[in-house]
Design a protein around this ligand. Structure first.
Ligand SMILES: CCC/C=C/C(=O)SCCNC(=O)CCNC(=O)[C@H](O)C(C)(C)COP(=O)([O-])OP(=O)([O-])OC[C@H]1O[C@@H](n2cnc3c(N)ncnc32)[C@H](O)[C@@H]1OP(=O)([O-])[O-]
Ligand SMILES: NC(=O)C1=CN([C@@H]2O[C@H](COP(=O)(O)OP(=O)(O)OC[C@H]3O[C@@H](n4cnc5c(N)ncnc54)[C@H](OP(=O)(O)O)[C@@H]3O)[C@@H](O)[C@H]2O)C=CC1
Length: 260
């Protein structure tokens, strides 16, 4: 898929994409890199990040693979300190890392619920706070895009993720208020079902049943998410903050697939 944006849209900027070594995050990193940004891809598994970085570098992009566990505040702070000292301080942050397991709410353990909230809500907050502290201390503007989930009708089988991502949707609004005066915009994209290896743990028949109910009857592509992220991160969206953009083939109108 060709990007509709100008090739040098993000020239001179650094984009930090969490979970940027796989799936949607990889597509976001590739799009931002193709549009001129230097890109940091950050996650836990350095081997996966390094092979992703190799692919992107082979395509002519400037890419740094950096280890981080977004659930761990010390790891997050160490990442931002490293990026500053190595000249990769980010102008744009894409909080893409996240995920969950499926389980009926009745069988979730406290620790299982907490792990998913920690990853998706606490992790997103910790990354956003570290980013904003760095930008604001240097009086530089910035842009944050959070990847959430289509959750408008609730998500049966994923109570932890639904609650955590609803938290991120409101965090997006609240931080957009608090940080607007510093030139930092905060927005989110809410994907429906997107074809990535991340879907391997989901029942294919149930996914198909959900897709059959959509106005646009197919899975989304990672590149479609990446284009929306590029738009929201760019000056074309300079008057947009606090929004969550549904990117879901219409799923926000059909309701969640109860079999998920
Ligand atoms: C249509 C689809 C839409 C969305 C698609 C996507 O998002 S695609 C993207 C897809 N990509 C991803 O989702 C990737 C990211 N996802 C992850 O890393 C994991 O799903 C995670 C968030 C649970 C973290 O896992 P972790 O290993 O760091 O967790 P931990 O070791 O710290 O354990 C904490 C607690 O959680 C419990 N527990 C863990 N797994 C299961 C399970 N399957 N079953 C039941 N319980 C489970 C575990 O037993 C423990 O509780 P206990 O026993 O102490 O009471
Ligand atoms: N595919 C889909 O249909 C949809 C996906 N999403 C969301 O989009 C995002 C990307 O998903 P997708 O590409 O499909 O799946 P992936 O499983 O490929 O992406 C998850 C990424 O998050 C990283 N990650 C997980 N835990 C941590 C952590 N503690 N610290 C840092 N990085 C972490 C993983 O890397 P590592 O394990 O190396 O840390 C991985 O790169 C996720 O937030 C997902 O929930 C939302 C809606 C639909």
């Amino acid at each position: 898929m060709m990007s509709i944006f100008a090739k040098d849209l993000f020239k001179g900027q650094v984009a930090l994409v969490t979970g940027g070594g796989t799936g949607i995050g990889f597509a976001i990193a590739r799009t931002l890199g193709q549009l001129g940004a230097r890109v940091v891809i950050a996650a836990r598994a350095l081997d996966k990040l390094e092979s992703a970085a190799e692919q992107l570098t082979a395509g002519g992009m400037a890419v740094l693979a950096a280890e981080v566990n977004i659930r761990d505040a010390e790891s997050v702070n160490a990442l931002f300190a490293r990026l500053e000292s190595e000249g990769w301080q980010p102008d744009l942050l894409v909080n893409n890392a996240g995920g969950q397991f499926t389980s009926p709410a009745l069988s979730m353990s406290p620790n299982g619920f907490r792990a998913v909230v920690d990853l998706n809500l606490q992790g997103t907050f910790q990354m956003s706070q570290a980013f904003a502290r760095q930008r604001i201390s240097q009086a530089r503007p910035g842009s944050i895009v959070n990847i959430v989930l289509c959750l408008e009708q609730g998500i049966p089988g994923m109570a932890h993720a639904a609650a955590a991502r609803a938290g991120v949707v409101n965090l997006t609004k609240t931080l957009s208020w608090e940080w607007a005066e510093h030139g930092i915009r905060v927005n989110a994209v809410a994907p429906g079902t997107i074809a990535t290896s991340g879907l391997e743990n989901y029942d294919a028949d149930n996914l198909q049943a959900g897709i059959d109910r959509l106005p646009i009857r197919r899975m989304g592509q990672s590149e479609e998410v990446a284009e929306a992220v590029a738009y929201l991160a760019s000056p074309a969206a300079s008057f947009i903050t606090g929004i969550t953009l549904p990117l879901d083939g219409g799923e926000h109108m059909t309701g969640a697939n109860p079999q998920r």
